[in-house]
Write a new protein. Structure first.
Length: 118
């Protein structure tokens, strides 16, 4: 079992910021690359950002580059997604994920809702 528990979602005005958190286990944070995906109503789930196990390499979707930052704190078993300059298009259910690599996502959390009002 790979626990992934997201929190930090909520309602924010366009231009505002939110920080999502993902709590996991020591084994998970020390074993896997971590990432965030999102899914808006009627749309496919899409990649938002990923970070390698070491934390050295990070990847982002073009749509969030320069606005979102993914980070991890292996000592606290936590992964974060700092979201700035939020837009209505960012509104979605955000999922934390873990996997063997940045294209091998295997485990998923339940999601946290982000709502952006215009």
């Amino acid at each position: 079992q790979v626990p992934l528990v997201e929190s930090g979602g909520g309602l924010v005005q366009a231009g505002g910021s939110l920080r999502l958190s993902c709590a996991t286990s020591e084994r998970t944070i020390n074993t896997y690359a971590m990432g965030w995906f999102r899914q808006a109503p009627g749309k496919e789930r899409e990649f938002v950002g990923g970070i390698t196990r070491s934390g050295i390499t990070r990847y982002y979707a073009e749509s969030v580059k320069g606005r979102f930052t993914i980070s991890r704190d292996n000592a606290k078993n936590m992964v974060y997604l700092q979201m700035n300059s939020l837009k209505p298009d960012d509104m979605a259910l955000y999922y934390c994920t873990a996997g063997a690599g940045l294209n091998e996502w295997r485990y998923w959390g339940q999601g946290t809702q982000v709502t952006v009002s215009s």
